[in-house]
Design a protein around this ligand. Sequence first.
Ligand code: SF4
Length: 348
Amino acid sequence: QTRAIHVGSVQVGGGAPVVVQSMTNTHTTDVAATVAQIDRLEKAGCKIVRLAVPDDKAAEAISPIRQAINLPLIADIHFDHRLAIKAAKNGADGLRINPGNIGGAKNTAKVVEAAAKYGLCLRIGVNAGSLEKDLLAKYDGPTADAMVESAINHIRAVEALGFTNFKISIKASDVLKTIEAYTRLSSATDFPLHVGVTEAGFGLCGTAKSAVGIGVLLFKGIGDTIRVSLSGDPVDEIRVAYQILRSLGLGARGPEIISCPTCGRTQIEVVKIAKEVEAALGHLESPITIAVMGCVVNGPGEAKEADIGIAGGKSHGILFKKGDRIAKVEHSRLVEALVSEVKKMSLS
Ligand code: SF4
């Protein structure tokens, strides 16, 4: 149970569904590229977007970007509190600061004042890599306890300024430390938690680390908004985030393509076909589970939870719905038959 805050029009915490967010990796000053990437993120299901504000020109770019997009926009600021104030003036919906590197309590207070003045939310982002020296000495390094104590100190300091529209993150690139720190923090505060494994990596490794870290926390009921951090196209972060949510029964979006691992009974090119199905139907927003199975002997039965699927036979394959065969189709027409049947299912 956390209290509700708002990032623009999006509620975070207070019983709202887990909010999926991402971060652009364009140069913020390249307004056209940034807006185009935010549009792609929105289409993929992203609900809040963050962008880096490393300098004055980036802070100025917030204004035209904000006018051109629909999603709430969070400005990510390090080191220079004046950039946070400028981002607030220029229309950001939220500010993400790391009090460990923004220049002490005085500068944090100035950022809080700007957030209150312009009606923004804050994210207080504690990072294992930039903890206060006294805590590092006390705990002999950036332990989970050190991170939690740092977060609690910052929460108290911001609350003491009369500001409560904020959420917290407490990130480490180590999965176990992240889980431990968030678990302790969640029992110590009811402010909403932004959950993620920072610098998780790329591809399979990054996906697995994020899925385990975020997944374990969500399973424990911890996390109001999530960001999967992956090197590469941020749209992939959104896809992975929804797979994590879907796996935990916390929200599904778009098609989930399940496919069998293949074995000595396989009669079709499962991976190639699954990719073709994804290319044809990946844009759908409605949740649907689609199976691509290698054989007609076991495939439909193994995938009977799927809404619809195809399975390979010797010369023909079959189309099945909820495990029941509905048509026999030549191999070359399997994908086409599946796509046309899905389209009939009136999905958006
Ligand atoms: Fe093997 Fe058929 Fe199961 Fe695929 S569905 S793993 S081909 S038995």
